[in-house]
Design a protein around this ligand. Structure first.
Ligand code: CA
Length: 229
């Protein structure tokens, strides 16, 4: 669940914001004092901070500045004064958004959601990153299990793909056919080390310019194979 910190000294406003955000499925904490808010923002992990500008003691500008020095947490600043908005913009505090009071709580919820989605996209939370191996002309996308050779996608069977990926992940290491068979085929598999030879041949046909003179998967005579980096 996403956690939100509200730093706001007007309790009725803070509580209203919290109620709406909780209904929308967020976990919310409130700091009614600026110093406490700053401390929480710096020491705990939040997915977003709603920060009031006018606070006793330390104001929202200072808090924003100090948080930004250490964290990228999205910050929505709120103020009752229109002038503050210009200040937020002008000072380059690093706030992600700003709203003028009074605003409707549902608008706040909508903004929070939009920022959260944007932030999650940027940092890749919840979206597995494509793990890509690139060695010279070969590109392997491990998330999609797809392979490109010099920019052109080539179809690979499951085992061909597994074998190629395993070798490419361990470049310059020599593996015996037995090791490769154990690694790629499970114990119950029908087959023997000749299966490895057959698969290497098929992979070469797909990735090598000239299978007779392989540039990627080399045969180490009497030992096995290695992927040349
Ligand atoms: Ca205030």
């Amino acid at each position: 669940m996403s956690r939100i910190l509200i730093i706001e000294d007007e309790e009725s406003i803070a509580d209203l914001e919290r109620d709406y955000l909780e209904v929308a499925g967020f976990e919310v904490e409130i700091a009614y004092h600026g110093r406490l808010g700053l401390e929480k923002a710096l020491t705990e992990e939040y997915d977003l901070i709603i920060l009031d500008v006018m606070l006793p003691g330390i104001d929202g500008f200072d808090i924003c500045r100090q948080v930004r020095r250490e964290k990228n947490t999205p910050i929505i600043m709120v103020s009752a004064k229109k002038d503050d908005i210009d200040k937020i913009r002008g000072l380059g505090l690093g706030a992600d958004d700003y709203m003028t009071k009074p605003f409707s709580p549902s608008e706040l919820v909508a903004r929070v959601k939009a920022h959260m989605e944007r932030y999650n996209r940027l940092v890749g939370v919840g979206i597995p990153k494509n793990e890509v191996i690139e060695i010279r002309g070969i590109k392997i996308d491990k998330t999609a299990r797809r392979v490109w050779v010099n920019g052109e996608e080539r179809p690979f069977t499951t085992k061909e793909y597994d074998l190629l990926t395993f070798l490419a992940e361990n470049p310059n290491r020599v593996f015996t056919k037995e090791e490769l068979f154990r690694e790629i085929w499970d114990m119950e598999s029908v087959g023997d080390i000749a299966t490895v030879t057959v698969h290497i041949k098929k992979i070469r046909e797909k990735v090598e310019f000239n299978s007779a003179k392989p540039q990627y998967i080399e045969t180490i005579w009497g030992v096995g194979y290695r992927f040349k980096m």
